[in-house]
Design a protein around this ligand. Structure first.
Ligand SMILES: Cc1cc2nc3c(=O)[nH]c(=O)nc-3n(C[C@H](O)[C@H](O)[C@H](O)COP(=O)(O)O)c2cc1C
Length: 223
């Protein structure tokens, strides 16, 4: 543990695991707020963040979602539930709002704004059909998820990412389509139960020799 009880990233990645059983209802709002802020700061194409995080606070909705989550009771029992959803569709209005923010923050003139707007619109809208746009938004969304999960870990907030739910049912229960959103992945959050059997499983990943390929040999700069 370091500053303010926060863990170093590597320690945190060893500490975290996808929790199966949560201590019922245990919340940590301060840790969650910090992890949400980390997700907000995650990299994304053009900084557009074409996704939203839906925090589901009320018990009745959590119960309804749990019933459409292939028996994953943690949807209901964990302290918090977050649903990552993509903008579906990404629209010109999203791009306009983003460029307006950029212009405000960076003092761009009208010509620079128009140029930037066209550049983003071409990449995100013109060159992609609806499926490719969704795939692009999902890629950005998972990057946000990754940063969020890493931040949860450094905060000591337990989490379980979940794709195991009925997407259409989540969209329906949370009214996501009406909000121009589509559910992608949920995260149960809180504290691991003392008797969660998953805790003993240990971290299992491919070795670095398999994951990381080096091409060529770095040259030593002349001095
Ligand atoms: C995108 C994604 C979806 C996942 N969906 C589920 C899920 O629905 N239910 C579950 O219990 N675990 C789920 N997991 C957890 C993984 O099974 C787990 O992260 C993986 O086995 C590696 O183990 P560890 O995270 O505990 O180290 C998911 C993980 C990711 C990244």
């Amino acid at each position: 543990m370091t500053d303010g009880g926060r863990m170093d990233l590597h320690d945190a990645l060893h500490w975290r695991y996808a929790v199966k059983a949560f201590a019922p209802g245990v919340r940590d709002d301060a840790a969650l707020d910090r992890a949400l802020e980390a997700a907000r700061l995650a990299p994304s194409s053009f900084g557009l963040q074409p996704w939203r995080i839906v925090l589901v606070e009320d018990a009745a909705t959590r119960t309804a979602l749990a019933a459409r989550s292939y028996g994953q009771s943690k949807v209901e029992t964990a302290g918090h539930l977050a649903v990552f959803a993509i903008l579906d569709p990404v629209t010109e209005a999203h791009i306009d709002a983003h460029v307006a923010r950029l212009a405000g923050a960076r003092g761009m003139d009208a010509a620079a704004q128009a140029k930037q707007r066209d550049r983003i619109a071409r990449t995100v809208l013109t060159y992609k059909d609806a499926d490719a746009r969704r795939a692009w938004a999902c890629a950005q969304c998972y990057l946000g998820l990754g940063v969020f999960l890493a931040a949860c870990a450094t905060e000591g907030l337990d989490a379980c990412p979940m794709e195991g739910f009925e997407v259409a049912a989540y969209d329906d229960i949370l009214g996501l389509a009406d909000a121009g959103l589509a559910a992608v992945v949920a995260v149960a959050l809180g504290r691991r139960a003392a008797d969660d059997p998953e805790a003993a499983e240990g971290k299992l990943r491919p070795p670095a020799s398999e994951l990381i390929r080096r091409v060529g040999q770095a040259s030593t700069p002349d001095r």
